[in-house]
Design a protein around this ligand. Sequence first.
Ligand code: ADP
Ligand code: GN1
Ligand code: MG
Length: 368
Amino acid sequence: MGNVSEAVMQEAMAAWGFDKTVIEVVRYGKGHINDTFCVETQEGQKKRRYILQRMSKTAFRHPEQLMANIVGITDYLSEKIRQVGGDPERETVTVKRTRNGEFFFTDSEGSAWRVYPFIEDTECLQNAVTPELFEASARAFGRFQYMLKDYPADTLYETIERFHDTENRYQNLMKAVEADVCKRAASVQTEIEFAKARKKDCSVCLQALREGKLPLRVTHNDTKLNNILIDKTSGKGLCIIDLDTVMPGLACNDFGDSIRFGANHNAEDERDLSKVNFDPELFEVYTRGFLQGAQGVISSQEKEYLPWGARLMTLECGMRFLTDYLEGDHYFAVHREGQNLDRCRTQFKLVSDMEKCWDQMREIVRKY
Ligand code: ADP
Ligand code: GN1
Ligand code: MG
């Protein structure tokens, strides 16, 4: 099981009683943060699947706070979904308690684990296969904003401090360049200069927040396309997953992070940059879907900042990948040498494209 030992895997499985019912366990998904497994069980006549996750210790220091957030949010969403006649077992994730009735289990190495029932008959996309599917994801992420508009934000813990504090992400990059623990800085001068030339941009949304132009809302903060499950039958965005970073944040960042990942036709770690292009048509499709899904929750002032959200989430993510590359790839899972640097380069290429399409992006948003 890769970096997860057989022994702790057994402990975790036993915490939910899977040791008695398991047919198969496989590593699952393409997330960069947690160790995710799919467990198939035989329960009487029924075969069932579950998502078993070891939460990243590097990313999340307080699993009890993280899980309190998730339980709070998912209970609230279940109720809302029920009120409108939806199916809470498919339209939100549900935390499965351990045999001891806990929401998570801590193994003998100190790592925390959790389980969600697997939501069947869904697809998890790694890129916008069709504009229709991208729009469906947009509508669902917009609806997520709408459904959480009255959620008591002050009950949420900050699971990762200063998560989308782009100014601080810039400072962290500069510290990593200065420390240069892996002696990699000399080889990435172009990328470092790219970030430096955009230091001022890092403040745009934060400054608008400080000036009261943008409100803090309950946001998802990690709205990439593989954090939503699409219903295989209807093609609609069914369930928003990966709720680890649901915290007070900016709507334009939720919008922007989806654009960063989805509004192009290639992988986040594509090495041939000539294939990496920001697609204004996908930007338009997403804008339309997101605003429709949000049902009027996003103010006209916030709308003005949506293009900035796209540009800055992409720049920020590029800086985070570069920081991790310089620090020795501790945060984002890597499967090959230089992968975080490749990811940084695609993000910076997309930022350049967006800068070139800037007026067009602003016009598109004004249409909706
Ligand atoms: P990470 O934080 O590492 O990205 P995620 O919570 O996003 O972890 O889970 C990783 C992947 O596992 C998702 O991209 C998705 O493919 C799959 N997944 C997670 N939860 C479920 C679920 N309840 N049902 C089906 N698939 C899921
Ligand atoms: C991580 O967990 P995952 O793979 O869905 C990261 C996001 C980045 C993204 C880049 C908690 O998302 O912030 O934008 O990788 N999540 C966390 O692909 O850091
Ligand atoms: Mg994920």
